[in-house]
Design a protein. Structure first.
Length: 442
């Protein structure tokens, strides 16, 4: 008896993202740093000179799609393998097939999606076959392969880092979805450029997410008597549950909001700071971007007035990177409130800016001989390191040795405040300077 698909199976089309999956590099969006003209990965694919490699990047940037394009271009056997559903037994079975194929001169490319889900024993099972050349391994992972892939296996693979797509690249993909016959090319869809831009920005670099949102919006669009489907901003907001919070992450409002967060923290206003944080996160802003800016604030606006501020922000940054939204919102809130309540000092920022001005205008200033290394006999003969005083050998752990060039002698860049713990650093610096002044030869 022949199998007959059910009514539901017959009538269920593939999702838009699957229908529009690029068939070759000309349809692929993004990753121009790898796939642009004469770039390394495009040459590897076009010349069918594929070696073992790992694609590392966030969801929806084309890792699996690139593997399928390679499958289409290569003359090798291509096996699609899932780390979620396969164990040691399945791995060994595939490896035996690959070994037999190698004896007859046939290459085997094994694509392993979510390779980070394999444990050490499972990854070890690949190693001898990769070493012998029985298989060419292509792995895809959203996790840092340095931590998730065995060192021995990783050393035999080239790692390609795939980046989130830009809003412009996603917008172009959405336009193609509206005109391609595999997408909505057979329909009359009316959607404003501004609304497409909202979808592109909300996707946060994820092409699959953008196409899914567009599909939901079109399916929920307003259809007139002539069959035209109209997709409004309100429909998109309903589909994303973001309402009016959506904003252009590359436009003025993006910078207005991050400025509001900074200035609220600088003004020691935790309530305002948390509000602006929520405005950005609920609008779909990348939490890692916010974490980077908050970490910068910890040193620029708090600094040594509270050295622990940087540790709090680095911990929040790692939480954002590893956990993501919505869970990491509370970690960012902790960092933002901590910074708002911390004593403030911009002494580190002003110190670097002052030093930078001198560094840029006095690039030719030589390093004093006394603090140069002298690893060779010639350097010693030229008096590199002559007169160097090792501070640890001194009773006070201090010397009066001059470390700045002569033209900058006596220049001061770091001027500590008395805010918070920086007052202690100021007192210590004053002690050091007084000691050096007393012990410097006139």
């Amino acid at each position: 008896m022949n199998y007959q698909p059910t009514l539901f199976e017959q009538g269920a089309p593939e999702p838009l993202a699957a229908r529009l999956r690029p068939r070759d590099l000309t349809e692929f969006a993004g990753q121009t740093h790898l796939l642009g003209k004469n770039k390394v990965l495009s040459r590897i694919i076009e010349t069918d000179s594929v070696g073992s490699m790992i694609f590392w990047g966030p969801p929806g940037v084309g890792k699996t799609t690139l593997a399928r394009i390679i499958a289409h271009k290569t003359k090798a056997r291509f096996i699609d393998f899932s780390a979620v559903t396969s164990g040691i037994k399945e791995i060994k079975g595939v490896m035996e097939q690959a070994e037999n194929a190698r004896r007859f001169g046939e290459k085997t490319i094994l694509f392993v999606d979510e390779i980070h889900r394999f444990n050490k024993a499972q990854q070890d099972a690949f190693l001898p076959y990769v070493e012998r050349g029985s298989i060419i391994l292509i792995g895809a992972t959203t996790e840092n392969p340095s931590f998730e892939v065995n060192g021995a296996l990783l050393s035999r693979c080239k790692v390609f880092v795939l980046k989130p797509l830009s809003a412009e690249e996603i917008a172009a993909l959405l336009h193609r979805a509206l005109t391609d016959a595999r997408g909505f090319g057979g329909m009359q869809v009316e959607i404003a450029e501004e609304t497409l831009a909202l979808i592109a920005n909300f996707a946060n670099g994820d092409a699959r997410s953008a196409l899914t949102t567009l599909e939901m919006a079109v399916l929920n669009g307003e259809t007139d008597d002539g069959g035209r489907v109209r997709v409004t901003r309100e429909i998109v907001e309903e589909c994303t549950s973001k309402k009016s919070l959506l904003y252009d992450k590359n436009g003025e409002e993006h910078y207005n909001l991050i400025s509001a967060l900074h200035k609220s923290m600088r003004n020691s206003d935790p309530d305002a700071a948390v509000y602006w944080l929520a405005r950005m996160l609920e609008a779909g802003e990348d939490p890692v971007y916010i974490a980077r800016r908050v970490t910068r604030f910890a040193s620029e606006d708090v600094g040594l007035a509270d050295p622990n501020a940087l540790s709090v922000c680095i911990a929040a940054f790692e939480a954002c990177r590893l956990i993501g939204m919505p869970e990491c919102s509370v970690h960012l809130t902790e960092a933002v409130v901590y910074l708002s309540l911390a004593p403030k000092s911009n002494a580190l920022y002003t110190a670097y800016e002052a030093a930078k001005r001198d560094a840029l205008t006095m690039l030719s200033e030589p390093v004093p001989l006394v603090i140069r290394n002298a690893p060779t006999r010639l350097m010693k003969e030229l008096e590199y390191g002559k007169g160097y005083e090792y501070a640890h050998d001194a009773a006070e752990k201090l010397t009066a040795m001059q470390c700045l060039p002569d033209s900058l002698r006596g220049r001061e860049y770091y001027r500590p405040t008395e805010e918070g713990k920086e007052g202690r650093f100021k007192a210590r610096l004053e002690e050091i300077k007084a000691w050096k002044a007393a012990h410097t030869k006139k």
